[in-house]
Design a protein around this ligand. Structure first.
Ligand code: PMP
Length: 401
């Protein structure tokens, strides 16, 4: 698998454990991007010449691939966005602003990434929060009320790794008259996703975490909802008829894709989704679980280390802290030994604060990671922690002198 990723040819020593932030790209995805620019480049939807017709066809094929990837019922339910953040902002700006009224509430959770928190704050509607227990499991029962009009939750937390029971929550949300948006940024690269079985109303994910290019992502929305939503950006491509004083809009999804889209990136996203499907998401999930189990067992033996998030069902990531060791120091120490991990607030400050933390270290796994890498990582975390603690003790002694 590593051989399919040119980055590991350029940097054979690299142990990359930050796929939850962004994943590396296989040659096939890079080829899809460069082939489009080198051989097939043209705009979409506008022109009668053959290169443009071909570009439009490739673009449409990508939409069909994304539809299949999520098992959406209709291609019209797939909107290309700039990523998960952009998709959530689209729903906040379009759906929330036009379907919610004063007194209505939006329910999110304490574990959300800032992308699934700040856009809802910006709507001005009242927010309520589902708390987590000490394991990082949402205590969501009884939290959806008749005032709740929109529920927005991560499928998998980027901090605790918790897999949330989306289908159950969707049922309860609908029973109470609310819609459910799922932030699928951490689930899409590993987890089989069936938006019809989940019965969620919106589902968002980013290409770059799915081995695809940056700057593109997908918003799934149920057709009946998208049809009732106004566009949030005006411009080319999203219009039907424009007069000087007024405009009528295209049907979804084009209504939400104003301007020349990221054509090459969308086409390369198709290659990334084909790559994932080629391996198989059950296989990817099993690989991630075996690395997670190995890392969890290993890290548990490191003195002073506590794992943030111990839910029974987790995605392939592990967040932790070590008593007396600053996460940034440990991440820098590991980086000097070619191990890339994430450190800091993980774009989820309220989530970390719920665990009494301002920062933590996170290791996350992709299809290219191996058991040997995880073993090396665990070994070096133990060594790094010991070495940093020793130098801190020495510094404290020197300071006393
Ligand atoms: N939600 C979650 C759970 C994430 O992990 C991320 C990315 N770290 C995002 C949303 C935002 O994704 P993007 O930056 O690609 O828009």
């Amino acid at each position: 698998m590593r051989e399919l990723f040119p980055i590991f040819k350029a940097h054979p020593e690299l142990v990359y454990l930050d796929s939850a932030a962004t994943a590396h790209k296989p040659q096939g995805v890079i080829d899809a991007l460069t082939t489009f620019y080198a051989d097939d480049y043209a705009t979409v939807h506008r022109a009668a010449y053959r290169p443009s017709l071909k570009a439009t066809e490739l673009y449409n094929q990508a939409r069909e691939t994304a539809r299949r990837f999520l098992n959406a019922a209709h291609w019209e339910e797939i909107v290309f966005t700039r990523g998960t953040t952009d998709a959530i902002n689209l729903v906040a700006l379009s759906y929330a602003r036009t379907h919610l009224k004063e007194g209505d509430e939006i329910l999110i959770s304490e574990m959300e990434h800032h992308s699934n928190l700040v856009p809802w704050q910006m709507t001005g509607f009242k927010l309520r929060f589902i708390p987590m227990n000490a394991q990082g499991v949402l205590e969501w029962q009884g939290k959806i009320t008749p005032q709740t009009k929109l529920v927005a939750l991560a499928h998998i937390s980027n901090v605790t790794g918790t897999v949330n029971p989306i289908a159950e929550i969707a049922r309860e949300a609908h029973r109470c008259g609310a819609v459910l948006l799922v932030d699928g940024a951490q689930a899409a690269p590993h987890h089989p996703i069936d938006v019809q079985a989940l019965d969620c109303d919106f589902y968002a994910f980013s290409s770059h975490k799915c081995y695809g290019p940056t700057g593109v992502g997908v918003l799934y929305g149920k057709r009946a909802l998208l049809e009732k939503m106004p566009p949030v950006q005006g411009g080319g491509d999203m219009i039907e008829r424009v007069e000087l004083e007024r405009t009528t809009y295209q049907q979804p999804p084009l209504r939400f894709e104003a301007g020349t889209p990221s054509i090459g990136s969308v086409i390369a996203l198709k290659a990334a989704l084909d790559f994932i499907e080629g391996i198989g998401r059950p296989e990817l999930a099993a690989h991630g679980q075996s690395l997670l189990q190995l890392a969890t067992e290993g890290l548990k033996t490191v003195p002073g280390l506590s794992i943030v998030g111990t839910a029974p069902e987790k995605g392939p990531l592990i967040t932790f802290r070590i008593e007396g060791v600053h996460p940034l120091d440990l991440a820098t120490w590991l980086d000097l030994r070619n191990i890339a991990v994430r450190s800091g607030h993980l774009c989820a400050q309220p989530c970390l604060r719920a665990f009494g933390l301002e920062a933590a270290v996170r290791a996350s796994f992709g299809c290219y990671n191996t058991k040997a890498e995880v073993e090396k990582f665990v070994r070096l975390v133990a060594q790094g922690a010991a070495s940093l603690l020793t130098s801190l003790t020495q510094q404290a002694q020197l300071a006393r002198c």
